[in-house]
Ligand binder design. Structure first.
Ligand SMILES: [Zn+2]
Ligand SMILES: [Zn+2]
Length: 350
């Protein structure tokens, strides 16, 4: 896998990840990764602690942890940056009203290159922790997967509007513990309308959808987002020149200007760059023609994130000054993957 924009380490995500941040970086380099983003979870208030954090962490200690992460990530980039492009970011949360304030506090504190915009909670209950907790969220939503999915995509829409993340994390994570994780989203027409609304918004503000292979690692048949989402078709009304009649054209997410990027969402060294070939097969099936990746860029010296000369304000800083987007043709990635894979002889010797 040449690019991954989403990872965690046991050093800074002690509850549910393994290995040090340096081991994650070293493994990414040795697996041939060209761009690797370090994106630990943002701090949460104690009311939103996971069971393993209760009694072991405080809200303050989570802030200390992310401060230490930023320091260590910066050191690792100086040390290993000539071998692999390293981006330093975080994964945001969208739990309750205070989430926006916490994201802004974190952005003001450190000079992150970008962040992954994720939703892991609905009605303040985690939806990807385990099945009993998912069931609790489902009860809070009214008792059905359809209702919970609808509320998830509403919450995601609020997040997208408020944060406009450069990368949208695991777009349909809500499938993970549902009764039919591979059942698709179109079977719930109301939910599907919300999916389309959210995708349109991502295109409108220029965000990138993450193709997250963690779903494959967890046994789902398709990555996040699933095939239906990647192949979504919008009906677009187009005025014809010198003609009052509108034509109706179908446009896919890509045709609308939508972009995709890859992530392994690794939580340990043995998860770095895994499931790349199945992910590439999926990309071919979804007829995705280009894959994007981020590059760290230095904003100009006189750049003022909150300056008056822009749309920026303390509540709404200017977007994405530190990460540019490059796109690679999928065909090129396929050629590289074939070149990198062992020949039949080598395979036989292994
Ligand atoms: Zn996540
Ligand atoms: Zn994550």
């Amino acid at each position: 896998m040449p690019f991954s924009h989403h990872s965690h380490s046991g050093q800074f995500c002690p509850g549910h990840a393994k290995n040090t941040l340096e081991e994650m970086v070293q493994t990414a380099i040795s697996s041939g990764m060209r761009v690797f983003a370090l994106t630990e979870h943002m701090p949460r208030d104690e009311v939103d602690f996971y069971p393993e954090e209760v009694g072991n962490q405080t809200a303050e200690s989570l802030w200390d942890l992310i401060d230490d992460f930023y320091q260590e990530a910066t050191r690792l980039r100086m040390w290993y940056g000539h071998q692999m492009k390293i981006l330093i970011g975080f994964e945001s949360e969208w739990i309750r009203k205070s989430s926006l304030r916490l994201v802004r506090m974190l952005q003001a504190k450190h000079d992150f290159d970008f962040f992954v915009g994720s939703v892991h909670h609905v009605h303040t209950v985690p939806i990807d922790f385990d099945k009993p907790t998912y069931d609790r969220a489902r009860m809070a939503a009214g008792g059905s997967d359809e209702k919970l999915f609808g509320d998830y995509f509403d919450s995601q829409y609020d997040m997208l509007k408020a944060l406009e993340p450069q990368l949208v994390g695991h777009f349909d994570l809500i499938r993970l513990f549902s009764d039919e994780p591979d059942g698709g989203l179109k079977r719930f027409p109301g939910v599907w309308q919300k999916v389309i609304r959210n995708l349109r918004h991502v295109v409108r503000y220029g965000g990138i959808l993450e193709l997250n292979s963690a779903a494959l690692r967890k046994g789902l048949k398709e990555p996040y987002p699933c095939l239906e989402v990647c192949q979504v078709c919008y009906v677009k009304r187009q005025p014809r020149p010198n003609c009052a009649v509108l034509t109706i054209a179908e446009q896919t997410f890509q045709m609308m200007g939508g972009k995709f990027a890859m992530s392994d969402d690794s939580h340990a060294v043995d998860q770095v760059a895994t499931h790349y070939i199945p992910l590439m097969r999926f990309i071919a099936k979804a007829e995705i023609s280009a894959i994007c990746h981020l590059n760290q860029v230095e904003p100009p010296d006189d750049y003022d994130e909150y300056g008056d000369d822009s749309e920026g304000s303390i509540d709404r800083p200017r977007r994405w000054p530190k990460a540019s987007v490059s796109c690679v043709c999928v065909e090129e990635l396929f050629e590289e993957a074939v070149d990198d894979s062992p020949s039949e002889d080598e395979e036989y010797q292994q």
